[in-house]
Design a protein around this ligand. Structure first.
Ligand code: 13P
Length: 268
């Protein structure tokens, strides 16, 4: 199988884990790290290119510094869940890319369905953030996906097409990562089947080919998110267009996060 894109396991902690819980997570992850297989550890140690396994978590803002400080010694990168598109200014309550860079945060999450549902994020604002963050040097994980009503009305592809058309940055960037997260699968235990995920990912990749060209499309990771667990991660990753997972609930405990990383490692 073509694993030239490598695999990314990303944990989205959402509004969970303050500094203390983050510290506990880091301690548990460090003590469990030794139990990872050589294969997984080797893949984590690859620095770039094919066969590379990346592990990342998105803690809440107040836990970012703790995560950065306490993950030293284990290769778990840290990303931010919500970052403004402007670089500074009068935007009460917002956080800028520069502030995050200062503490070593290198990845941002954009367009998550919870941001769309509760905080007014749209395809257009997701695009604006993605373009700004990419320009500022971040890796950007851009989320999209249909609701249950849209799937039941056989509108999945039309919705994905619109989200990609209106949400993707104008220019391709090697730091752009997509995350297909069907809304009906998020936090419900109703994981998409590997076939449903693969269909959506293949459709998305075909869109990337049209927009950015075949070479760039082939290099772009597409993660799947929505009730991913250590039990189902291998089945999903076995599909050729599934390049990793964006995981909520199952990323909150270090043991479970490590089990996801181990599952991914078995493909590299
Ligand atoms: P769950 O894994 O808890 O379903 O959450 C998925 C998600 O929204 C990740 O961004």
């Amino acid at each position: 199988m073509d694993r030239n894109r490598g695999i990314l396991i990303a944990g989205n902690w959402k509004m969970n884990h303050g500094a203390r819980a983050t510290s506990d997570f880091a301690a548990a992850a460090k003590s469990g790290w030794g139990s990872l297989s050589d294969r997984a550890r080797k893949a984590l140690a690859v620095t770039a290119g094919p066969g590379k396994l990346d592990a990342l978590v998105f803690p809440p803002f107040l836990s970012l510094e703790t995560a950065r400080r306490e993950f030293t010694g284990i290769p778990v990168a840290v990303g931010a869940q919500n970052v403004h598109f402007e670089e500074k200014g009068a935007f009460t309550g917002e956080i800028s890319g520069a502030m995050l860079k200062e503490i070593g945060v290198g990845t941002t999450l954009v367009g998550h369905s919870e941001r769309r549902q509760y905080f007014g994020e749209t395809d257009a604002s997701a695009k604006k953030r993605a373009e700004s963050h990419l320009n500022q040097g971040f890796t950007v994980v851009l989320c999209y996906g249909e609701t249950r009503a849209e799937r039941e009305a056989s509108r999945t592809e039309a919705v994905l097409e619109r989200q990609l058309r209106d949400g993707l940055p104008a220019e391709w960037n090697e730091r752009l990562v997509l995350a297909y997260e069907p809304v009906w699968a998020i936090g419900t235990g109703l994981t998409a089947t590997p076939e449903q995920a693969e269909d959506a990912h293949a459709f998305s990749r075909a869109f990337l080919v049209k927009k950015y060209g075949a070479d760039n499309a082939a290099k772009t990771k597409i993660l799947y998110g929505g009730s991913v667990t250590p039990e189902n991660v291998r089945g999903l990753l076995a599909k050729p267009n599934v390049d990793g997972g964006l995981v909520g609930g199952a990323s909150l405990k270090a043991e479970s996060f490590l089990a996801l990383v181990e599952g991914a490692g078995s493909f590299l």
